[in-house]
Design a protein around this ligand. Structure first.
Ligand code: GLY
Length: 459
């Protein structure tokens, strides 16, 4: 397992629950370390990962975050003959470049928002005028969850555009899009480059504060399934979005293997793709995998080895799952790190609850060291960019930590299952109440509207 967030912990949690596997992670986190042997190496370096995979003689490498994918870790593993779940760098451009994704969608006839690719402020002004408010401005490249601004404020839209175009990168560009009304859905579609297998739809909550207020984050919570979604939604996404996209990527000679994360809006004009990602979403993975009964290893290995068509239909628990993310003080702007975390064992005493680690670290330092401000963003994905310490020397070996400290923006995922959405919500929030992390915050309205039957698809 490459990566170190709650998404990767969820994957390792599912694999460990199957039994019979020997699990390794790079770099992992303290929660993953209770289930797998962790290696403090750069998971985004193709040569390092390939050498480790060979040394360990692994049967499969699963790449969690987008940065290693865009960096070509899957390419190096494929060249070395190691089965890998995750697309090549060329296929991961579906996430790595918004403009490329739009081009593929257009070629494949996939319904999405109209968009203009802009490289100058004059082009931005023209596109904003063409589409009107609310304005949607997206960084073309990977931006660790901070690349998108949706606003009614023309000046704010211009300022975000200027910050992207002024960035010290080669050929900065951005995308201005038409605004999509309607609720958003995340659907993960597993592909072996040819066949596709959808997982269950989920919804995440990207804003920091209750009521969808505050800044965008990597995601503050999720639930699955979506009882309000139209019954034919998944079949429609496969027919109109996922299969045409996979076919188009194959036609271009860059087949997509792994998970195509289809971010959708259910608008008054029908479904529209908001974005593609080339990896599992976080925090949605935590709830989707909580319900999957089919062994995850079989699914991932089949995708990696071109055998998806032979896989029996997936088996799902009828339960509902809810994930509440516990975030550090100051997240998403300036998360404070170094605060002690307690209460995980108590949270896991709540029926149906398990707690997944993201921005945590085991420290042998005396607690009097106290909180610190994080340095510049770290090395991995949207989740890992919140990570501010390495795992170096931190005993990632399953030994119960002497002291668990916060080490990133999103710190923990409290995941609960229940027979109804209300039961799962109540359990997740009861679990969250047991977590002690000074200054932490979490949303109190994850899945609240869905539980109240208030999610409306505009007509
Ligand atoms: N849930 C948003 C993401 O994973 O990008």
């Amino acid at each position: 397992m490459i990566g170190s967030g709650a998404r990767e912990h969820a994957i390792v949690h599912s694999l460990a629950a199957e039994g019979g596997h020997v699990l390794f992670a790079a770099p992992g986190n303290p929660g993953i370390g209770a289930l797998a042997t962790c290696f403090d190496v750069d998971g985004a370096d193709p040569l390092t990962v390939t050498a480790l995979a060979r040394t360990l003689r692994v049967d499969l490498v699963v790449i969690g975050p987008e940065v290693p994918l865009v960096a070509g870790v899957a390419d190096a593993l494929i060249a070395a003959g190691v089965p890998v779940f995750g697309p090549t760098a060329a296929a991961a451009r579906l996430e790595g470049s918004k403009a490329f994704a739009k081009e593929v969608m257009a070629a494949a006839g996939v319904p999405t928002a109209e968009a203009r690719v802009c490289a100058t402020m004059a082009q931005v002004e023209a596109a904003l005028a063409e589409f009107g408010a609310p304005y949607v401005v997206k960084d073309d490249g990977l931006a660790a969850g901070k690349g998108v601004v949706v606003t009614h404020d023309h000046d704010a839209a211009l300022a975000h555009a200027r910050s992207i175009l002024d960035a010290p990168v080669t050929q900065p560009s951005l995308v201005v899009e038409d605004y999509l009304d309607g609720p958003e859905v995340s659907l993960f579609v597993i592909s072996d480059g040819c066949a596709v297998v959808p997982l269950a739809p989920a919804q995440d909550f990207k804003r920091a504060l209750d009521g969808d207020e505050g800044p965008n984050t990597g995601g503050m919570g999720a639930y699955s399934p979506l009882d309000w979604a139209p019954p034919g939604l998944v079949a429609e996404v496969i027919e109109r979005v996922a299969q045409p996209t996979i076919d188009e990527m194959a036609r271009r000679g860059t087949p997509f293997t792994g998970v195509l994360y289809v971010g959708l809006a259910l608008t008054s004009r029908g479904l529209r793709v908001v974005e593609f990602n080339a990896r599992f979403g976080d925090p949605e993975t935590q709830v989707v995998l909580a319900r999957l009964r089919t062994p995850l290893s079989a699914l991932l290995h089949a995708a990696a080895t071109g055998a998806l068509a032979k896989l029996p239909p997936l088996d799902w628990s009828p339960d509902v799952a809810v994930n509440v993310v516990i975030a550090a003080q100051g997240y998403p702007d300036t998360p404070r790190v170094g605060d002690p975390i307690t209460g995980i064992a108590e949270a896991e005493q709540v029926p149906g609850v398990h707690v997944l680690h993201a921005g945590t670290v085991v420290s042998t330092r005396p607690s009097s060291v106290g909180p610190t401000q994080p340095p510049e963003n770290g090395w991995l994905s949207s989740e890992r960019s919140e990570r501010v310490e390495t795992m170096s020397g931190l005993g990632c070996d399953g030994v119960r930590p002497a002291e668990l400290l916060s080490a990133g923006g999103r710190v923990l995922s409290v995941v609960a299952s229940g027979v109804t959405l209300n039961v799962a919500r109540a359990r997740a929030y009861e679990g969250a109440r047991h977590i002690r992390l000074d200054g932490s915050h979490h949303r109190t309205d994850i899945a609240e509207k869905a539980a109240a039957g208030q999610v409306v698809i505009p007509s």
